[in-house]
Design a binder for this molecule. Structure first.
Ligand SMILES: [Zn+2]
Length: 377
């Protein structure tokens, strides 16, 4: 069991990257002697290792970094059939991939995870001994303990204590999280938001997800529903949404909505790229659809910037097609709808992601808990 100061040091290195003992002592407010002892203990535990030597003013100093294989994590994404299940190290590197059948019965999910575990753990000689947690990402609301699914339409769940059920079956500490929030944690731990305290992630796919880090912490709101921009009304009185309202962002800018609008116009396009190609040839209907979707998402993001003033908006997207009309209109809509003093101040970055995004996010929930401690959010 790690002490609070050991966890604090691991967290600082996780956010900053490799640091010298002098830098760590300054950041933690410790004497050099106390810092050396703390670092030595973590090296002995196999959590830290010496990486490189930096030469500046004064004596050269050796930097320390997290030892990526000091702990392993399982990530499961309950978002598709079959449900991807991965083994990752502390750096988010995927060591092995597997899958389980998707089920709406929590006990069946737990059993499937338990059955799939041995194969994944066999893929690395240290994984079994150093397995530190299981993370599960799902579509829906999760409570602040990251143990209970409050509500999931996709899984037809209400108040399901999934983490406890899986933990009891597998004997490994387990946490669950909403899918977009899991991606935000993954970006904070392993990705492009590592050193950013305030940022929002927008996951653009068949649906639109969103999650925020505020002051370095995942912000979940009062009911776990913070950041649900998908169901912000963007076109009052617009098309009906699966949530029961009308004119939600999801009905205009999700990739599912774009495909449906394209089909209604007679296109057989399945991807944004194909529709972009049509628009670049001057097809008025393709231009109209991309313009409508890009404007809507841009307006929602502008409102997000206006409300939270984040240091980064990160849009994750499997197709990564933002060089065309959709991306241009989106960025124009952001700039046109924020206060002039905010215009151009908030980086809006697009990150092309692969199909591992949700399972990697799930594993990062367990890794995050490992670093910050199981009872901290
Ligand atoms: Zn809705």
């Amino acid at each position: 069991m790690l002490t609070p100061s050991q966890r604090q040091l691991l967290r600082i290195i996780s956010e900053s990257g490799p640091l010298s003992r002098t830098e760590m002592a300054q950041m933690l407010g410790l004497s050099k002697a106390a810092m050396s002892g703390l670092a030595r203990d973590l090296i002995d535990l196999g959590m830290l290792h010496e990486t490189d030597t930096v030469y500046g003013q004064g004596r050269p100093s050796v930097r320390l970094d997290l030892y990526p294989e000091c702990a392993f994590f399982i990530g499961v994404s309950l978002l598709e059939e079959p449900a991807p299940m991965i083994l990752s190290d502390l750096n988010g590197k995927i060591i092995a991939r597997g899958s389980i059948p998707l089920s709406r019965d929590p006990a069946v999910v737990a059993e499937a995870i338990a059955q799939a575990l041995p194969d994944l753990l066999d893929s690395h000689p240290d994984a079994r001994e150093k397995l530190a947690g299981i993370g599960i990402a799902l579509s829906g609301f999760v409570d602040e303990t990251q143990a209970n699914c409050v509500q999931s339409t996709l899984l037809n769940w209400q108040d399901v204590p999934l983490a406890r059920i899986v933990q009891e079956r597998c004997g490994i500490e387990t946490f669950i999280e909403n899918d977009a929030k899991a991606v935000a944690v993954s970006e904070k731990l392993f990705g492009s938001a590592r050193d950013i305290q305030n940022f929002s992630v927008v996951t653009l796919g068949d649906g639109i997800g969103c999650a925020h880090f505020i002051d370095g912490k995942l912000y979940r709101g009062n009911h776990g529903g913070a950041g649900e921009i998908a169901h912000c009304t963007i076109e009052p009185g617009g098309s009906p949404c699966r949530c029961g309202k009308r004119g939600c962002l999801d009905t205009v800018a999700s990739m599912k909505a774009v495909r449906e609008m394209a089909r209604a116009e007679g296109f057989s396009c399945d991807t944004l790229v194909e529709l972009e190609t049509e628009a670049s040839k001057g097809n008025a209907a393709a231009i109209r659809i991309l313009h409508r979707a890009g404007s809507a998402l841009g307006l929602a993001i502008a409102n997000l910037i206006q409300m939270n003033d984040p240091g980064l908006i990160l849009i994750t997207h499997v197709e990564g097609s933002f060089d065309g009309l959709f991306g241009t209109v989106l960025k124009q809509a952001v700039e046109a709808n924020v206060l002039p003093r905010y215009a151009g101040q908030t980086p809006v970055r697009v990150k092309r992601v692969d199909g591992d995004i949700w399972a990697r996010g799930a594993a990062s929930i367990a890794a995050h808990k490992f670093l910050i401690g199981p009872h901290t959010n």
